[in-house]
Design a protein around this ligand. Sequence first.
Ligand code: GDP
Length: 375
Amino acid sequence: TQLQDEEKSKEYLDELEFLAYTAGGEVLKRFVQKMNIPNPKTFIGKGKMEEVQQFVEANNIDTVVFDDELSPGQQKNIQKILDCKIIDRTNLILDIFAQRAQTSNARTQVELAQYEYLLPRLAGMWTHLERQRGGIGMRGPGETEIETDRRIVRDRIALLKKKLTKIDRQMEVQRGNRGSLVRVALVGYTNVGKSTLMNVISKSEVFAENKLFATLDTTVRKVVIGNLPFLLTDTVGFIRKLPTQLVESFKGTLDEVRESDLLLHVVDISHPSFEDHIASVNKILDEIDGVDKPMLMVFNKIDAYVPETIDDDDLVTEKTKAHYSLTDWKKTWMSRMDGDAVFISALNKENFEEFRKVVYDKVKEIHVARFPYNN
Ligand code: GDP
């Protein structure tokens, strides 16, 4: 229905604005256009484009962000019309990952993803590359600028891939050296509280802030609950429409997930679209064959959960779901997950004992199955 569409597009733009803010930008205005099929040349229609153009000129805007991935052609055409920097969602996400990559592994992976994104878009931006590489002597006879640039970028991609294979092998060895301890991985949509939870469980200081993608590199900590030691890994945040370039290049990082024995799927239940987030995460897990692992759903931020109140004369729509109480959600998910769901607040440590107990039981179960004679 129209109401639902409007809500969805507001949520998507909220998220895009949050991404832009994370990347260091400030959003002055949002534009929405309803279209069944995007304009093949300019993505949005002519009238809307004029509206945007007027705003860009009047306010000296330097960047316009689109929520979908633009084709190289669209990006070029729009840039011509608006005469400012045009960024799409993929571009923005890659930018944030680049800003936050801390280890050489993460930096290499992001750089690879950026070059893969750049390759089909070179046609519009060769002058920029020309400046960077310093030119002279790089061109073979008869080659065009763009072909030369493509070759440079392809060489760079090949080099980065080689470097990553080496890093992957090192990481594999490292993982192998961790012995037979049970491995638990925190997964979940970005900003749901994975780092916070990691902090509380392992009493370590993992960087947590209210921005998207605070976590880029995997952190592994040894944790002991009761007398039971296990390894806990914090993984990259998953997000709706994760750029495909990143899914592939973060394979190494996602190997942590693939090789873990238990997944703690953390969910921000205070977020209105938390069910969509669950679906996005499951989709990515599906792509890396991580769906079949034992999984515990950890519904976080119960302190911030507000059941929506609906007036009596409101139409009963899909939204009725939203005024479920926490108890209702608990019932629903307990039955859906066959008991494997806990509801906590990592911030206030609400229900933390129950959480520790559930994790302990799960880890113990795996541990006992692995060492049947030592217990
Ligand atoms: P990550 O991206 O999943 O690692 O999320 P973070 O751990 O960085 O947390 C994102 C934001 O959510 C931070 O501002 C946290 O302080 C906040 N947060 C984490 N847990 C809770 C919680 O239980 N309740 C509330 N209200 N906020 C939380």
